[in-house]
Design a protein around this ligand. Sequence first.
Ligand SMILES: [Fe+2]
Ligand SMILES: [Fe+2]
Length: 270
Amino acid sequence: MQEKIRLLFIGDIVGRPGMDAVNTYLPGLIAKYEANFIVVNGENISNGKGLNEGEANQLFGLGVHIITTGNHVWDNWKSRPLLASTDKVLRPFNYPYGNPGKGFTFHKMASGEEVAVLQLQGRTFMQTIDCPFRAADKALSMISERTNNIVVDFHADATAEKISMGWHLDGRVSAVIGTHTHIQTADGCILPNGTAYITDSGMTGPYDSVVGMRKDVALKRFMLQTAHKYEMAKDDVKICGVYVNIDPSTNQAMKIEPFVSPAFETEVTL
Ligand SMILES: [Fe+2]
Ligand SMILES: [Fe+2]
């Protein structure tokens, strides 16, 4: 019997607090789920903007196999040579031709089974890049020559666009996992044709914040409607993500389990 693919996917890691949370909690999560494939989103590691080679190597040292990114990877000039030099750090596949980096890659499990990771980015409220749905079709035609165990990170802002991608890929990939909004959604499920789906896997970083940013800066941006320098928050740090169990004999997901650690406080005890 083929070994199951036990995927741990960690949502957007924000800054040094997010990296500290990965350091603290990832080993325990790997042990708890007996994870054998680790994917993280690293678009916000360097003070909110992209990641550099040293940060990528720290994650690989913790057992991470593939790092996905997103729109903020382009804000950091040190990310570009990293994207150009390794296929273990991805950027969304549907950016225009000429940008460095790759949008999908393959990982060989210890059992010899291959699994692909594909990253796409939405267009609603974001850059007007190539159509992610047609890009997905094009990428799958290339990836499926090697494997049908396919994990998709859909980095998008609009809930409806993300759900649409879930339906577009249901039964064609093993998982569609949303990133970018930094807030985990409560809709983790297995779609009718066997694809694990969640609109957003959530942020790994400081929650005493506005999506990782200092609260006072975020409020100024909204209340004054002018630019204010982004500054990282640092307190109430959590790790967020999903565990997905994939059966390589069918390429379908058997289970999706979102997690947030430590859990949110929902009750005050006097
Ligand atoms: Fe992000
Ligand atoms: Fe993003």
